[in-house]
Design a protein. Structure first.
Ligand code: 1AE
Length: 397
């Protein structure tokens, strides 16, 4: 019973020996002989090299760590499998496999794809999410006007910009109550539901109280900069039944943990598998196509981890950054129905304003679902035509 970690190590002719040294050093051993170590201790606690597969630039190494070495939490697991190893250049942690007992200690998403679709009553198309842009330095009347315009354009979800924190003009709780009022009114008028993910921010020790109060005030979702706080903090929020809201995990800062060629975590592990395991209902990460991009292989790898069969609810993929309507068919081809289309500039930068900006996305989504080309769909959607005139159509090369 335990954890199997898969790494890429810099190639070495003596890799088996090196891997063995790390397996010992990361568990019960040290850099030198420890005379008092007993055979029995070694048997129960030593890391075991399972395989070494030589590669051209990197060798793939798998090491098994006994579950007796760790408590059932990611801080203990990370420190064991990658703690000291993280100081060595060129060592990547690309996957972790957990035994069933250990896996059962993690919550997974409270809602996930199924629960969020149920909350919204939308089952047959990718969801559309907007990002508030330009709210910093503006007050609640601006915030309200933006939200009203976006809802009129047909968005399903909206999130704060991840860089909007506690401030006097749009205080956290006021954003929650203001958004609730507008979203409720929209529902009464149109029958369409929407979720607003307010940015849960501030000091770690205040997060639970803040999120619980937001729940009491009628918040519908939380945005959380998970890598600024750590995955374990997200897990604790997910496990708090007094909160019970969908959590949108934003991947800001994960670039230093996963985006460094040749070291760190792999994106699929960090932003995919682990984010889902600790309870992210939606995982937001850069798409391969916009102004902040990760490789297509990484983006598809994240999605694979968000949907693979593992007993947890599926987590929505939210490929983001620089998204515009001309990317919708490609995003749909890449991510299937596990997709939330997420745009800030692609809605607010629309030449006719945010309502047509959102309408252009909805037209692109409907066309893509029905296998109609965007130029064809634009013949009956002026907002889509104007978006295509502005940004064109993007296809993976
Ligand atoms: C990868 C981060 C994307 C994000 O959070 C964000 O705010 C994007 O904004 P736009 O859509 O690029 O304007």
């Amino acid at each position: 019973m335990g954890i199997t970690a898969t790494y890429l190590f810099p190639t070495h002719p003596d890799q088996e020996k090196i891997a063995e040294q790390h397996a010992l050093g990361l568990t019960i051993g040290s850099w030198t002989d420890i005379p008092h170590l007993e055979q029995e201790q070694l048997k129960h606690h030593k890391g075991e090299v399972l395989s070494v597969v030589p590669g051209e630039k990197k060798d793939t190494v798998t090491i098994f760590y006994p579950s007796a070495n760790v408590s059932a939490d990611l801080p203990a697991i990370f420190t064991t499998v990658y703690g000291k190893l993280s100081f060595f250049e060129g060592y990547e942690l690309i996957d972790l496999q957990f035994d069933d007992q250990l896996l059962a200690q993690f919550p997974g998403p409270r809602f996930g794809v199924t629960g969020i679709r149920e909350q919204l009553g939308v089952y047959d198309r990718p969801l559309l999410k907007a990002i508030f842009k330009g709210v910093m330095g503006r007050d609640l009347s601006f915030f309200s006007a933006q939200l009203t315009e976006l809802l009129a354009g047909g968005i399903d979800l909206i999130k704060d910009d991840e860089i909007l924190f506690e401030n006097e003009l749009t205080p956290f709780y006021k954003r929650v109550t203001t958004a609730k009022e507008i979203i409720d009114q929209h529902y009464e008028q149109t029958g369409a539901r929407a979720l607003y993910a307010v940015n849960l921010s501030g000091r770690s020790h205040d997060l639970h109280e803040k999120a619980e109060r937001a729940t009491e005030l009628g918040a519908s979702a939380l945005l959380f900069n998970v890598h600024a706080y750590g995955l374990d903090t997200l897990q604790s929020l997910r496990e708090n039944d007094n909160i019970g809201l969908p959590i949108l995990a934003h991947s800001a800062l994960s670039g230093v943990l996963a985006g460094q060629a040749g070291s760190g975590f792999s994106y699929p592990l960090l932003v995919g598998k682990l984010t889902r395991m600790v309870g992210g209902d939606l995982s937001l990460f850069p798409s391969p196509y916009g102004n902040v991009a990760i490789s297509r292989e990484d983006a598809l790898g994240i999605n694979a981890m968000l949907v693979e069969e593992n007993g947890f609810e599926r987590t929505f993929a939210v490929p983001s950054a620089g998204i515009h309507p001309g990317m919708v068919p490609q995003l749909l081809a890449d991510f299937g129905d596990n997709l939330v289309i997420n745009a800030g500039g692609g809605i607010f930068g629309h030449p006719d304003g945010p309502t047509p900006g959102a309408q252009a996305f909805r037209a692109a989504i409907d066309a893509s679902v029905n296998k109609i080309s965007l130029p064809e769909a634009a013949k009956i959607s002026i907002p889509l035509q104007h978006a295509l005139d502005q940004w064109g159509i993007v296809q993976a090369t």
